[in-house]
Design a protein around this ligand. Structure first.
Ligand code: 4AD
Ligand code: MG
Length: 477
């Protein structure tokens, strides 16, 4: 007999004589009604057990969390809340879950508690909804680029270069930390290490993606990236997934058009394809908002937030204009910001980014032409000699969701910048060489996938949108 999914059975309009379904018991009440879920949908199917025909021993094991196999007929439901249900003819316990020990009981658990049970939290409505939306988002990412003739490239995870030049890397080494080989100067001798040089986990696939764009034209990466920054915030992970398109012959304006079109496409995709999960997540968010003090509550529901991005033109503003707005803003004058903006050149914090989006422009914002000093070495220098062709996209509730730029394609300018920033030119010889042979204007950006999932699901903490979060002092599971 074919195994049906709960989703198929709930969506089907046929009453079937005999079906088989396997899943986990969410609840069992009145010794009669099982709410069964198999992960295929947020919705449970009700399975009605005839307790007189079911062995006492089996009945006892029908507890929350147990895995069961059920055979029966699909009938119209007499009860409220569902159209169809299964009249159980046979039930088998596949794996029991002792209620004294199983931690995920049918009651409200805090997200903090569930983070400690990350191996079981996927059996809750919240996490299964988030992870189904995450899956749909990643499908939409590939669909968008494939439809638009981009090629998917896999850039290396172990690298010898620091793509962002920020020094926030995890070392990859097979040397014995207790007894490493030393050079004559008593430094660790990485020539003896596995790769014969210092290597680390990549912070971004951009530099390698650039080499591929300068041959394939339009490419994108979608892979894990690693940052050893000690930021214990609700928006930072030490291991996160990034999507990085890179396009030859594209300038900064074209890059902004691409990013806006791309983001709108994937948001529309989840609105169209994840309705049940979004409806649940919207309710969840509304509940969470209720528990906050009035001043901190968001004015938008989840669907309204998604439409805020979909229906608005992203406002394109230079860094210089933004600094003027912020300097003259109420929270800056009344010293309500944690970081007061005093002068041009200041790095923006998430509180400033959110002010621009939520209070000032009331639209997603693309900030561009940042001071060269606060941005990475590879961004193209403007004629003014002090700003670069950088762009950050800012979202409500999140702040920066995308960081990108037009790349410095001029050999001499790039070399000078690498030297001025104290970066070892030898590590980037191949990146520089790209500017020697057939160089051309090119641009790209990086979208933090978890920040996107956070935005689309309304989850407050980034640790709740990736299966097993990695953050300072935390690599369990
Ligand atoms: O702005 P970032 O550092 O840009 C780059 O890495 C460029 N190489 C991208 C490119 O032009 N190809 O990072 C890009 C995005 C950020 O906007 C943010 O959404 C996300 O990656 N991000 C993080 N997400 C979670 N945890 C962290 N620690 C993150 N750091 C950056
Ligand atoms: Mg950035």
């Amino acid at each position: 007999m074919k195994l049906h999914s709960v989703k198929e059975l709930l969506a089907g309009d046929k009453l079937l004589q005999e079906v088989k379904v396997k899943g986990w018991i969410r609840t069992f009440r009145s010794n009669r009604f099982i709410a069964l879920n198999d992960g295929s949908t947020i919705n449970n199917i009700q399975c009605v057990v005839d307790f007189e025909k079911t062995p006492e021993d089996t009945l006892k094991q029908l507890t929350t969390g147990a895995a069961v196999s059920i055979t029966g007929a699909i009938v119209e439901s007499q009860g409220r809340g569902q159209n169809v249900e299964i009249q159980v003819s046979e039930i088998k316990i596949l794996g029991k879950a002792d209620p004294e020990e199983y931690p995920i009981q049918p009651k409200k658990h805090s997200l903090e508690f569930l983070r400690e049970k990350a191996h079981l939290r996927i059996r809750t409505n919240t996490f299964s909804a988030v992870m189904r939306v995450r899956s749909a988002l990643s499908f939409a990412v590939h669909q968008y680029f494939q439809k638009n003739d981009f090629y998917y490239v896999n850039t290396p995870i172990i690298t010898g270069s620091d793509a962002e030049g920020a020094g926030e890397m995890f070392r990859v080494s097979t040397l014995d930390p207790k007894n490493p080989p030393l050079t004559n100067d008593k430094e660790i001798d990485y020539k003896e290490d596995f790769f014969g040089k210092e290597t680390n986990l990549t912070v971004s696939g951009q530099l390698e993606a650039e080499t591929y764009a300068m041959g394939l034209g339009k490419v994108y990466t979608f892979g894990p990236t690693f940052r050893a920054e000690n930021s214990n915030t609700s928006r930072h992970l030490a291991e996160f997934w990034m999507i990085e398109p890179e396009v030859a012959f594209l300038d900064l304006d074209g890059n902004m058009d691409l990013a806006e079109d791309f983001i709108k496409y994937i948001i529309k995709y989840v609105l169209d394809n994840c309705q049940d999960d979004l409806a649940f997540l919207e309710q969840r968010l509304a509940q969470e908002e209720k528990s906050k003090p009035q001043a901190q509550r968001s004015e938008m529901t989840l669907t309204e937030k998604l439409h805020f991005v979909l229906d608005n033109n992203f406002k394109r503003v230079t860094y210089t204009e933004a600094i003027d707005i912020l300097k003259n803003s109420k929270p800056n004058k009344k010293k309500k910001f944690n970081y007061i903006i005093e002068e041009w050149g200041a790095d923006l914090q998430s509180e400033h980014e959110r002010y621009l989006v939520e209070k000032h422009f009331k639209a997603p914002v693309i900030l561009f032409d940042y001071p060269a000093k606060i941005k990475a070495f590879y961004m193209r220098l403007n004629e003014d000699g002090k700003t670069v062709r950088a762009m950050d996209i800012l979202f409500p509730g999140i702040g920066e969701i995308v960081g990108g730029s037009q790349r410095e394609e001029r050999f001499d300018v790039l070399k000078e910048k690498i030297d001025a920033m104290g970066i070892d030119e030898k590590e980037l010889w191949w990146y520089l060489e790209l500017r020697k042979f057939g160089t051309a204007t090119h641009s790209g950006f990086g979208l933090g996938f978890e920040r996107l999932v956070q935005f689309a699901t309304g989850m407050t903490n980034i640790r709740d949108v990736i299966p097993f979060p990695r953050s300072p002092q935390n690599a369990e599971f």
